[in-house]
Design a protein around this ligand. Sequence first.
Ligand code: ADP
Length: 218
Amino acid sequence: MKKEYAVIGLGRFGGSICRALSEEGMEVMAIDTDEDKVNEFANVASHAVVGDTTDETVLKSLGIRNFDHVIVAIGDNIQASILTTLMLKELGVKHITVKAQNDYHEKVLSKIGADRIVHPERDMGKRIAHNIISNNVLDYLELSDEHSIVEIVANERLDGNSIIDLDIRAQYGINIVAMKRDKDIIVSPQANEMIRKNDILIVIGADTDINRFEKRLL
Ligand code: ADP
């Protein structure tokens, strides 16, 4: 059976989640207090409805507890976001993902039991900063406060070295989990795999260790 999603708040974040899920062929109900927003999504989502989700009767009438996953993407109105999350929790929604505006908001959301809290502006800022600082880093995914996966472009300093030549695991404590070369992807490359300029290395490890390795490329 297809999973059913509800997206509450159709701003930039909620709107893009709604589009992405719909493009993946998922059943999505889009909800917003703003009728214009709802009209905008009428042809995107499976259903688009006007409703104030801080009103429990509205949530009940939408049958919100029958959805597999509810995404709360109410932006600036933190009170409405918290209240909505609290009621979704009380109504027994199984998976609730909420967009947090700031650290205080995040703290409250985790206390009231949001299953997943996303911080898109902050995370995007960190990613962009990281990409600006290190020219070789293409993308960056935070796994925890201390660990990440990064995509690093091999420059001339790495060109012609094998993974064992660089002794990456012992010297830096990081692992190359995959390499991309043109259209090919080499998963779990062997130690004798030769690195060529412009290969993309997908590296996992502690941030401090990854940073040391990035400095090696400068
Ligand atoms: P973003 O930063 O992701 O663009 P916005 O703050 O612009 O977020 O958008 C949040 C959306 O949430 C707006 O379209 C707003 O109308 C909607 N919204 C705000 N409060 C409620 C509520 N109580 N119920 C449903 N939707 C709401």
